[in-house]
Design a protein around this ligand. Structure first.
Ligand code: MSP
Length: 654
């Protein structure tokens, strides 16, 4: 029996068109799934859509549609996008699918019967005209983010999951199973920001909106967010439903892949829910970084979303996949830029890979139109190349298994460059001039084709369109033995008399300036500086207030460069960090800042930032704060303004 491999993406909110950042997770998972399939695993790759909630209910209302009508269209376009991007998932779950709804009701009831869920009161900010509850962070200037009116503190009856009782068990999980949550830095984030301060019970039902899975034993309640969304990973396999029967085969998941902002839900709430259900835990949760544009997270309101459909149609799916997989250091944030994408296409794909294939195929066709001739001669120059070719498979496997996809590609492209160099070293055009060198010429061309074959096989999970085309061009098309993963570890498998097939250019070169101009004309965000300008807060005058200030007003604010010397979470305050700053004076300055949701202490210690030094002291959750630090509101979070490490502490900012 084949070993199994179960991999998932998060399920996507169908509230908007997906952008290239969303596609990132899906492309990464698709590559891993393809790799595992090639290595003989019984792979199950799950993706889908997260279709319930107040936001969708509201958007549908605005569009004059029922929620289901509204999302059906968007889900259709999401599926089309995955088809365009060659995403080979095994199942697509929609949380509105009957079998999922039924399973969620059973899961909710089972948790309630076990005493893991209890009834209580949810309190929040309520906007009467909108009939909506909002959390602190959702409010805009303390008012309803939808209509801008006053909100009031109010409560509603709700069910709660006893998350708090799992604090110790989750800490033990991280300690006993260091592979569970990766990359490692995320573990500290979870421990310092959420587990050390102690978990709070989680609200898992609501009555103030109705677009959700109904709690069947208490009419008026709908299941709220995470029980519904996270359970997709098991309901899609048939857990608590009769639609599928794959649970025993694939659960526990090998890998839940996602971006960092939802790590908390997957590495705290999800294992706790599974513990409550007495089910095995997933083997790994991985939180990769964000794809940014102009240094900012993509969002429609900032006007910096990059459309994957435009990119795939202009450059081909494999070029876009290559860029995503190669350019972003895995696990960290990476910036998308059109210049970098086009640069990668021109240098790696057109120049290195494309040229290697076209030069080699052209020479093979020109010098051996009837196919290579047996009796090829070897020379010492070949040994190093062959050794490198045969070692490559193991190196790529090591990097992919460690989820270091950029490193795996780097290794393959190092080998491609080495092979290009081999052409210059052996100068086949010179050998072709001398009939006595024919056997050597044949040997050189054979080696080139074999190196290309090995590269193409190893590139197959990354470039699923291009790799088979390359194999076809070098005369290895349609032969499974020459395209299998195992075959990449063995040099010399191509038949001696192989005949090439000249084909189209794999990746045409792109004229950067012309291309940027065309993208701009299409309305795509092109220049980072412009994106940054668009995302900067506009100087909108607030009615009844003076919007312009005098220079003297600004001069009253004392801004100084300061270095973070210590930092820790404020107990029982999810959002707060206590920072100790060296502001150039002899007395350390203590500042409390609401950035715990976005930074861990390790992210800040040693960094230099800007402190407001003459702010009146205040107490936040009982902790004294002397000043504040400057951060940019990035729409969905706060980003601290760091300054150059060379600027001395205490320098005044004017
Ligand atoms: N519905 C939730 C997930 C529930 S999983 C049980 C959700 N949906 S989402 O549509 O907002 O985002 C889905 C995923 O898209 C994110 O977790 C992340 O993996 C990916 N990304 C969205 N924007 C991204 C970037 N700019 N960069 C990289 N990935 C990002 O969260």
């Amino acid at each position: 029996m084949k070993p199994t491999y179960y991999i998932t993406t998060p399920i996507y909110y169908p509230s908007d068109k997906l952008h290239i950042g969303h596609s990132y997770t899906t492309v990464v998972c698709d590559t891993l799934a393809r790799y595992k399939r090639m290595r003989g695993f019984d792979v199950f790759y799950l993706t889908g859509t997260d279709e319930h909630g107040q936001k969708i209910e509201q958007k549908a209302k605005e569009a004059g549609l029922s929620p289901k009508e509204y999302i059906d269209k968007i889900v259709g376009s999401i599926k089309e996008l995955w088809e365009l991007m060659d995403i080979r998932y095994d199942r697509f779950i929609r949380t509105t699918d009957d079998y999922h709804v039924e399973a969620i009701q059973r899961i909710f009831k089972a948790l309630y019967d076990k005493g893991e869920i209890y009834k209580g009161t949810y309190t929040g900010h309520y906007c009467k005209p909108c009939e909506s509850f909002w959390t602190d962070s959702q409010l805009k200037n303390g008012k309803c983010p939808d209509c801008g009116r006053e909100v009031e503190r109010a409560g509603e009856e709700a069910y709660f999951f006893r998350l708090s009782k799992y604090t110790r068990r989750i800490l033990d999980l991280y300690e006993q199973n260091p592979e569970f949550l990766q990359p490692k830095a995320r573990v500290n984030e979870m421990i310092n920001n959420f587990l050390k301060p102690g978990l709070e019970d989680l609200c898992v039902s609501r009555t103030s909106f109705s677009w959700g899975v109904p709690v069947d034993f208490d009419p008026g309640h709908v299941v709220y967010v995470w029980v519904d969304a996270l359970s997709n990973y098991i309901t899609a396999l048939g857990y608590e439903n009769d639609r599928f029967d794959d649970f025993n085969r694939y659960w526990p998941a090998d890998l839940h892949m996602m971006a960092k902002e939802i790590i908390r839900f997957h590495s705290i709430i999800w294992p706790a829910l599974l513990m409550a259900l007495e089910l095995p835990l997933p083997k790994q949760v991985y939180g990769h970084g964000w794809l940014l544009f102009g240094g900012d997270k993509m969002s429609k309101s900032k006007g910096n979303v990059v459309d994957p459909v435009v990119l795939c149609n202009r450059y081909g799916v494999d070029a876009v996949r290559y860029y995503l997989l190669r350019e972003v250091p895995f696990g960290q944030d990476g910036n998308f830029s059109n210049e970098a994408l086009i640069g990668r296409i021109n240098s790696d794909l057109a120049n290195d890979l494309g040229n290697l294939v076209s030069r080699s195929v052209a020479m093979a066709g020109r010098y051996f139109p009837e196919g290579l001739e047996p009796g090829k001669e070897k020379a010492p120059l070949d040994d190093g190349l062959v050794a490198m070719a045969e070692a490559l498979k193991a190196t790529v496997e090591r990097e992919v298994e460690a989820l270091q996809l950029p490193a795996a590609l780097t290794e393959i492209f190092k080998f491609i460059s080495r092979t290009n160099k081999y052409i210059d070293e052996t100068a086949p055009w010179a050998l072709a001039k001398d009939e006595a060198s024919r056997a050597r010429l044949c040997g050189v061309i054979y080696n080139l084709l074999e190196c290309i074959r090995i590269s193409a096989v190893l590139l197959t999970p990354f470039l699923p369109h291009t790799a088979p085309v390359i194999l076809l061009q070098i005369g290895a098309g349609g032969d499974e033995g020459l395209a299998s993963w195992e075959s990449a570890g063995k040099f010399g498998l191509l038949p001696g008399g192989v005949k090439v097939n000249k084909g189209e250019t794999l990746f045409p070169r792109i004229d950067l300036e012309k291309e940027l101009g065309e993208l701009e004309a299409l309305g795509a965000p092109v220049k980072e500086a412009e994106a940054a300008k668009k995302s900067a807060p506009q100087n909108e005058p607030v009615p009844g207030t003076v919007s312009l200030i005098e220079i003297g007003d600004f001069a009253r604010i004392e801004l100084r460069v300061a270095q973070v010397t210590a930092c820790e979470p404020v107990p029982k305050a999810d959002k707060l960090l206590r920072l100790t700053l060296n502001d150039g004076t002899d007395t350390p300055r203590q500042v409390v800042s609401g950035i715990a949701g976005f930074y861990s202490p390790a992210d800040l210690i040693g960094k230099k930032l800007i402190a407001v030094a003459n702010l009146k002291p205040a107490k936040l959750r009982g902790v004294e704060s002397n000043g504040m630090i400057l951060a940019a509101d990035s729409g969905d979070g706060a980003r601290v303004i760091f300054v150059d490490g060379d600027i001395p502490c205490g320098s005044k900012i004017r």
